[in-house]
Design a protein around this ligand. Structure first.
Ligand code: DQA
Length: 149
């Protein structure tokens, strides 16, 4: 059975590769999406990867994912720390659409404001601190979660 996974990247993640490489690494978003598609092939998961700098667009994609996808892999970027609306959207689509939150950086090892995630309590799990590998680890975790009896 092929799992349908929606991958959402939030604000500023389109600039990966050139954005603060000391924090976020040199891997571009296109390279991350390619790695997820390749891993998805081996895991039996079809990934649809999207990025937006706009909270409303991310909300619409989460709402519209109902009935079309089985899971969400989501890096909300800075909205992690500010967006009650995105947290509410994740709660609204759960449990039919379980979400794994991912971060390139370890948000608990940075400025105190980044240690709070409004979205994480609405997710089945979080992966962070492993650079681009956070995404592939997160995809493995999400597919394992979906395949669990
Ligand atoms: C991030 C961490 C956030 O605090 C930051 O605003 C980002 C990226 C990460 O992937 O490490 O944009 O979500």
């Amino acid at each position: 059975m092929t799992r349908r996974i929606l991958v959402l990247h939030g604000p500023n993640l389109n600039l990966l590769g050139e954005r603060e490489p000391d924090v976020y690494g040199a891997t571009t978003l296109a390279e991350i999406d390619d790695a997820l598609a390749t891993l998805g092939d081996t895991l039996g998961a079809a990934v649809d990867c999207r990025q937006s700098n706009h909270e409303g667009q991310l909300l619409d994609w989460i709402h519209d994912a109902r009935g079309h996808f089985e899971g969400l892999l989501f890096n909300p970027g800075a909205y992690t720390h500010t967006s009650l609306a995105l947290a509410d959207a994740l709660a609204a689509v759960a449990p039919a659409l379980p979400c794994v939150e991912v971060h390139l950086s370890n948000i608990h090892a940075r400025e105190p404001i980044r240690a709070t995630s409004l979205t994480a309590p609405r997710c089945v799990g979080i992966v962070g601190g492993f650079g681009a590998a956070s995404y592939t680890l997160g995809l493995r975790a999400l597919v394992d979660y979906l395949n669990a009896p």
